[in-house]
Every structure is written in structure tokens, then in C-alpha cells.
Design a protein around this ligand. Structure first.
Ligand SMILES: NC(=O)c1ccc[n+]([C@@H]2O[C@H](COP(=O)([O-])OP(=O)(O)OC[C@H]3O[C@@H](n4cnc5c(N)ncnc54)[C@H](O)[C@@H]3O)[C@@H](O)[C@H]2O)c1
Length: 239
């Protein structure tokens, strides 16, 4: 039970990687608030589903206040909610650009602006931002997505400094997953996915649970001397 007595808020946790993280944390003893625009696709005694649109700042403040009022604290925040609206730069509309920035980048800021200072006052916390291999290497047709996922790495390093600046035990790290089989890949043609698998040292795509294992490590005290880092969980991929 590596997360006993911990309270964890996980965004985008209705399905996919967020769901695996929520279930992994819950099985390790944490009380998990799974916050998503959609209904949860599963149930667990330690998981409470909450409706949240991370791109809505007021909604984020309300959910933050409610979670702290109900559970007294937030020990772990996983900023996982994310979307894609892919297209070559020449064809990318303002709507595609703005929507991805609002959810993947502003959405991470919207919650952490409350949770980070709250952890500082408690003197304890672990923030995990879900970036992407695309934020590290860039990718054709994903200028908007790459900008947000690289931006999240800047936020991670900034918050690692800012929320621990008075000696608080508050850590902030990022996970940069490679290609992982979830609904977000539904729009990617199979031949491209096969190509991505070949670009990894392990010769395959990832499973959501493999990202959740990394999140558990960064959430738990097993990573107590790790902060401001990016953990690449991508099978040894080069894009
Ligand atoms: N699957 C991959 O290959 C991969 C690779 C690298 C990074 N990622 C990142 O991992 C994270 C999870 O992706 P996934 O693969 O599980 O995708 P997914 O589409 O299966 O799940 C995303 C979840 O986020 C929720 N969501 C979307 N917009 C939201 C909003 N505005 N507010 C709250 N919730 C919202 C959705 O309802 C959904 O439950 C994303 O940040 C994604 O960019 C995924």
C-alpha cells in the first residue's frame, strides 16, 4: 500500500491512461478523485468521479474547493486530461490551435494554480504532468499538440522550483509517454502506428498500465529525491 492515507486528484480519468492511473492509485490505498468531462467507464470503492472541464477556470476552482472541503487535502495531482486536433500547420485552423492549447496547457495551469499553493501550505505534495514524446521530439501534423506538451515540461520545471522554494516537500515531475493504445490514437492510421512501433527499441506500442506504473512511482515516496524531471516512458522511441 504505497499511497495509504493519500488523496489524489487525477484529471481525464474516465478512461485510457487516466483510468489506469486512478485504479492503480486506488489499489495502493489512495482516495482518488477522478475528474473528467465524461462519465467514468468503471467503478472502484476508492474512486469518486467528479465532472470537470479543465479548460474552464471557474470549474477548476469549484472542484478544488469541493475536494479540499470533503477530504481535507490533496497530496497528489495528476494533470492527465488531453486532446488532439491534428493537421499540417498550413491547414491548422484557429479553432484547432485554441482548443488544444486551452485543454492541454491552460487546463494544466487552471488546476495547479490552486493545488500547488495548497500543497505548499501543507508542506507536502507530488504533481505529475502528462506530457508526450511529441513534446520532446515534435511531430509532423501536431504543431498545436507539440507546443502544449513541450509547454508542460516548462511548467514542470517551474513548479518544481516555485512550490518548493521555501523548503516545502512538494515535487513536480512530468511523464512523456510514447504511443500508448487508447482512444486518442483512434484517428491515427494503422500503418503509422506500425511505423511508430518500429521506431521503439522494444518494437511495440505501450499499454496504459505501463504509464500508470511510472505515475505510481512519481506519486509515491519512492521517488522522494526526484523533482523537476521528465520520465520518458516510450519503449526507447526516437521520433
Ligand atoms: N495514448 C497515447 O499514445 C499518448 C501518448 C502521449 C501522451 N498522451 C497523453 O496522455 C493523456 C491521456 O490520454 P489518453 O491516451 O488516455 O486519451 P483518452 O482520449 O483515452 O482519454 C483522455 C481523457 O481526457 C478527458 N478529457 C478530454 N478533455 C477534457 C477536458 N477539457 N476536461 C477534462 N477531461 C477531459 C476525456 O474525456 C478522456 O476521458 C493525454 O494528456 C495525452 O495527451 C497519450
Amino acid at each position: 500500500m504505497r499511497l495509504e492515507n493519500k488523496v489524489a486528484l487525477v484529471t481525464g480519468a474516465a478512461k485510457g491512461i487516466g483510468m489506469e492511473i486512478a485504479l492503480k492509485f486506488a489499489n495502493e490505498g489512495a482516495k482518488v478523485i477522478a475528474a473528467d468531462m465524461a462519465d467514468l467507464t468503471y467503478s472502484h470503492d476508492n474512486v469518486e468521479g467528479v465532472k470537470l472541464n479543465v479548460s474552464d477556470g471557474e470549474n477548476c476552482k469549484k472542484v478544488f474547493d469541493e475536494v479540499v472541503a470533503k477530504y481535507g487535502k490533496i497530496d497528489i495531482l495528476v494533470n492527465n486530461a488531453g486532446i488532439t486536433r491534428d493537421g499540417l500547420t498550413v491547414k491548422m485552423t484557429d479553432e484547432m490551435w485554441d482548443l488544444v492549447i486551452d485543454v492541454n496547457l491552460k487546463g494544466v495551469f487552471n488546476l495547479t494554480r490552486y493545488v500547488g499553493p495548497h500543497m505548499q501550505s501543507n508542506g507536502y505534495g507530488s504533481i505529475i504532468n502528462i506530457s508526450s514524446v511529441v513534446g520532446v521530439f515534435g511531430n509532423i501534423g501536431q504543431a498545436n499538440y507539440a507546443a502544449t506538451k513541450a509547454g508542460v515540461l516548462g511548467l514542470t520545471k517551474t513548479w518544481a522550483k516555485e512550490f518548493a522554494r521555501k523548503g516545502e516537500n512538494v515535487r513536480c515531475n512530468a511523464i512523456a509517454p510514447g504511443y500508448v493504445m487508447t482512444d486518442i490514437l483512434k484517428t491515427v492510421p494503422q500503418d503509422l502506428l506500425d511505423g511508430f512501433a518500429k521506431l521503439t527499441m522494444l518494437g511495440r506500442l505501450g499499454q496504459p498500465e505501463e504509464i500508470a506504473n511510472a505515475a505510481l512511482f512519481l506519486a509515491s515516496d519512492e521517488s522522494s529525491y526526484i523533482t523537476g524531471q521528465t520520465l520518458n516512458v516510450n519503449g526507447g522511441m526516437r521520433l
